[in-house]
Write a protein that binds this ligand. Sequence first.
Ligand code: RP5
Length: 285
Amino acid sequence: MTSLRIFARMVHKKCRSPKYPFGDATRLPISDEEVPWNVKISYNPPEYESPGLKNKPWADPYIDDTYFCPKFNFLDGNVDRVSFMGTYMIENKRPLNPEGRTGLRGRGILGRWGPSHAADPIVTRWKISEGVKEIHSVTNLPILQFCAIQRHDCNEWAIPGGFVDPGENVSETLRREFAEEAFKLLETDKEEAEKINIAIADFFKEGKEIYKGYVDDPRNTDNAWIETVAMNFHDETGETVGKFDLKAGDDAKNVLWLDIDKNLELYASHLSFIEAVAKLHNAHW
Ligand code: RP5
């Protein structure tokens, strides 16, 4: 599995917007030039830790708890604390965001100190009109669609991704998240769920890795951030996964096949993954 190498390293922006998306935390404003840790500035940002993380089985303890001895930069039991971005620095027991300052200390709403690993299934099919691929009038290229969800927390449209459970294989996370968020499989009647499960299981065997690395997610902080593996699963005929009715699962408000276009506004850095997929299929962008 090798990712497409078209991603230029960008300064993170979505995780620097003044208001943290949860709680009442606000970030210290910093300029693009002040983001890298090696640029010396006087820096004293606020700290935020969501009170909801306390005693959650999927979350790390508070960083200063004496019994909490995480092995940052290593596989720590079944918790993966290795970053796709290389070895990250530790300062005052806290891991430092490999992409630099965000204007907020602490781990915010994220369960892990350091990297939280996610997986993003980009499921695509062609837009078909009257039995043929629809061609875009400006670019003269066929229009690709991807299965998108509308997030409950911010109403933005996104890839139906999710966090990798400790010890879980990424390919299992990709399939599980898609089934839960786009097909509401946990609540679908048994017979229909069985049909969908079989179709998805086969379909998810053939994927192309699009991206592996840091996500510019609004929940990131100086000490906690999201990384993902984004994979494309393409239904060329629209006859496998593309033919089932989509149904938004618990984590989603809505789900639909969204036409891919460079003017879409998507959550976090998801648009850059979608651009790579459009180019991979020589589709309209
Ligand atoms: C994003 O957060 C990742 O790319 C992934 O799509 C998502 C995982 O978080 P939840 O959707 O589970 O909140 O940055």
